[in-house]
Design a protein around this ligand. Structure first.
Ligand code: ADP
Ligand code: AMP
Length: 219
């Protein structure tokens, strides 16, 4: 089974993807993390993406689709996609890519959350840039401020988690990514979870969705 995590920035997709990877054995891809790695490495893609990312805009579809074709071509088995697709053309490209690999269409898990909660989630987010692991200064604090519990590495606040860029990213979400809700719903592939609940409760809800879906596909 292949799974897409859909929802606004700050809804908790990365948090849940990291937990589920351990539980369900799905290989996780976060397009945001991949693009940040390209930037750090100074690749042509990283250089092409940086201005868009800094402005809170989407990187052009062609670049993202090419990157994800490369990543997915190297994997076998189920994947968990966090932050991709983010536009309808990206979703169409993903469907074609999975079909080419002989896989069934991915299901989408929508992280349902009121956009008014996002500012607080993102302004308090701290990330380990090496592993992508995220914390929140109030909702999920590390044992020692600024230090990752797992590997002891430094935590940073992302440059695009500022009030102004968050506002822009939410407009972009509404205009370009939200249409995917109708896309997946229209094809009977959308499952919604209440992303305002505590992390453990959201995880349990997602697991229920995945197990139900596995049962449906076997039936
Ligand atoms: P996304 O990947 O969707 O952008 P993240 O997983 O990075 O979102 O979560 C954004 C911030 O919100 C992080 O600081 C994270 O610790 C926090 N967070 C995630 N899920 C929850 C939750 N269910 N309740 C409260 N805070 C959460
Ligand atoms: P994220 O880490 O998911 O919040 O993504 C950070 C930034 O990376 C976004 O604001 C976009 O600029 C870019 N990005 C990530 N995924 C995509 C995508 N699927 N399509 C276009 N841009 C993306």
């Amino acid at each position: 089974m292949d799974v897409v995590f859909l929802g606004p920035p700050g809804a908790g997709k990365g948090t849940q993807a990291q937990r589920l990877e351990r539980l369900e054995g799905l290989v996780q891809f976060s397009t945001g993390d991949l693009l940040r790695e390209h930037r750090t490495a100074g690749t042509p893609l990283g250089r092409a993406a940086q201005d868009y990312m800094d402005r809170g805009e989407l990187v052009p579809d062609a670049l993202i689709i090419e990157m994800m074709e490369g990543e997915l071509d190297r994997t076998n088995g189920g994947v968990l996609l966090d932050g991709f697709p983010r536009t309808v053309p990206q979703a169409v490209a993903l469907d074609a890519l999975l079909a080419r690999k002989g896989r069934r269409p991915a299901i989408a898990v929508l992280f349902d959350i009121d956009l008014s909660l996002i500012q607080e989630r993102l302004e308090g987010r701290w990330t380990n840039p090496r592993t992508g692991r995220v914390y929140h200064e109030r909702f999920a604090p590390p044992r020692v401020a600024g230090i990752d519990d797992e590997d002891g590495g430094p935590l940073i606040q992302r440059d695009d988690d500022t009030a102004e860029t968050i506002r822009k990213r939410l407009v972009v979400y509404r205009e370009q990514t939200e249409p995917l809700v109708a896309y997946y719903r229209g094809q009977g592939r959308l499952y919604s979870v209440d992303a305002t609940q505590p992390v453990d409760v959201v995880s349990a809800e997602i697991e229920r969705v995945l197990h139900r879906r596995t049962g449906e596909r076997r039936a």
